[in-house]
Design a protein around this ligand. Structure first.
Ligand SMILES: C[S@@+](CC[C@H](N)C(=O)[O-])C[C@H]1O[C@@H](n2cnc3c(N)ncnc32)[C@H](O)[C@@H]1O
Ligand SMILES: [Zn+2]
Length: 359
């Protein structure tokens, strides 16, 4: 029995294949990004019903779209859905995604697996020529809740802290940067978000060993102190942390290796917003998310506004007031999409205390 759903500009039979309506926002943004970048060759490596790849073909007008899934049932559905939406030009493969990606190159590769993308990162890093888009739904291993699993999959140690959502995104980005480097490629993150229970990253790829070396310069570690709540970044692939908090002298935990470079490209996100306006992919939520990401300052991690107020024993006002105050005295500060109460700033914690105790 066909089980039909409409999403964006396509109608899909999703019967017998995995289809998650909660991932619509993720697909909406993927379509808008693909259109903004003017991609002409795209692989949906783990296609299921074809929802993602077929929408990219139809709504982002990408000429060559390849959809792959290891499940014969999914492949049959993808072909049926392509026909149903007048997208016969799309190519379908029924292969192990890793085998396909080792055989063929694509301008853009999109990974949207069940759980961790880790098993696909090596092949995808070789296959993708210009862009790599990745979803990871294994936020517990990435963010530090399932420590050993995270270490096995990403060869990095997370630390549980108030900014765990950004920690997860940066651990994933760090794992991808290292995998790309092995293929003599570097990366520039265009747009990164953690929504619901997944991490999503959009990367531009730069070819060459020099670009790979430059990318690895943005790797490093985070020294996190449970005692005073502060953190410090330490650059480089070799861990040069003393394990002692440089602010209060107590023991610090060390997270990494992780990506310490920029995670949002404001110019690209603003273009994506313009592309989203008036399109089938538009939603209030998508637009709000893009606005927040575009305005995030390039500063790793963030404070939890409520925790700060509790720590300094002040009655919480609004997080926006604190951001405004910080800016008015010359510090960089912004809200963040990672948390409704998150504050990114380059100001030291004493400055935050001074402002919070005076407003
Ligand atoms: C989360 S679903 C994809 C959802 C889809 N991209 C969407 O947006 O609706 C993951 C898919 O990966 C497929 N899959 C799992 N392992 C695979 C492999 N090694 N190679 C290719 N496909 C695989 C599964 O059959 C499943 O359909
Ligand atoms: Zn400390």
């Amino acid at each position: 029995m066909a089980q039909m759903v409409e999403e964006g500009a396509v109608t899909l039979n999703v019967e017998g294949a995995f289809y998650n309506p909660k991932m619509k926002l993720n697909r909406d943004l993927g379509v808008a990004v693909a259109k903004t970048l003017g991609i002409s060759d795209y692989l949906d490596a783990l296609a299921a019903s074809g929802a993602r790849g077929l929408r990219v073909a139809k709504e982002a007008c990408v000429e060559h779209v390849t959809l792959n899934d290891v499940s014969p049932r999914s492949c049959a559905l993808v072909e049926e859905n392509a026909k149903q939406n007048d997208l016969e030009r799309c190519e379908t493969f029924c292969s192990n995604a890793n085998a396909l990606m080792h055989q063929k190159h694509f301008e853009a590769v999109d990974l949207d697996p069940f759980g961790s993308p880790a098993p696909f990162l090596a092949a995808a890093s070789r296959s993708a020529l210009s862009y790599l888009f990745i979803t990871a739904t294994d936020t517990a291993p990435l963010c530090g809740a399932h420590l050993k699993s995270g270490i096995r999959k990403y060869m990095a140690v997370p630390v549980k802290a108030e900014h765990h959502r950004e920690m997860g995104a940066r651990i994933l980005l760090g794992a991808v940067a290292r995998e790309l480097a092995r293929a003599d490629k570097g990366m520039y993150p265009l747009f990164t978000h953690v929504s619901d229970h997944y991490v999503r990253v959009y990367l531009r790829i730069a070819k060459g060993a020099k670009m790979a070396d430059k990318t690895l310069e943005d790797m490093g570690y985070l020294e996190q102190c449970r005692h005073c709540g502060r953190w410090r970044t330490v650059s480089g692939m070799g861990c040069r942390s003393t394990g002692i908090c440089s602010f209060c002298g107590e023991n610090a935990e060390v997270a990494g290796p992780l990506w310490l470079g920029p995670i949002q490209d404001r110019e690209h996100i603003v273009k994506t917003l313009a592309e989203l306006e008036g399109s089938k992919a538009w939603s209030d939520r998508a637009a709000r998310l893009l606005h927040l990401c575009a305005d995030e300052i390039d500063e790793p991690m963030y404070y939890d506004y409520h925790k700060l107020c509790k720590k300094f024993k002040v009655t919480p006002g609004t997080a926006d007031d604190l951001v405004e105050e910080l800016r008015s005295v010359g510090w960089r500060a912004s809200r963040t999409h990672f948390s409704g109460v998150g504050i990114k700033t380059d100001a030291p914690i004493e400055v935050l205390r001074g402002i919070l105790c005076s407003i």
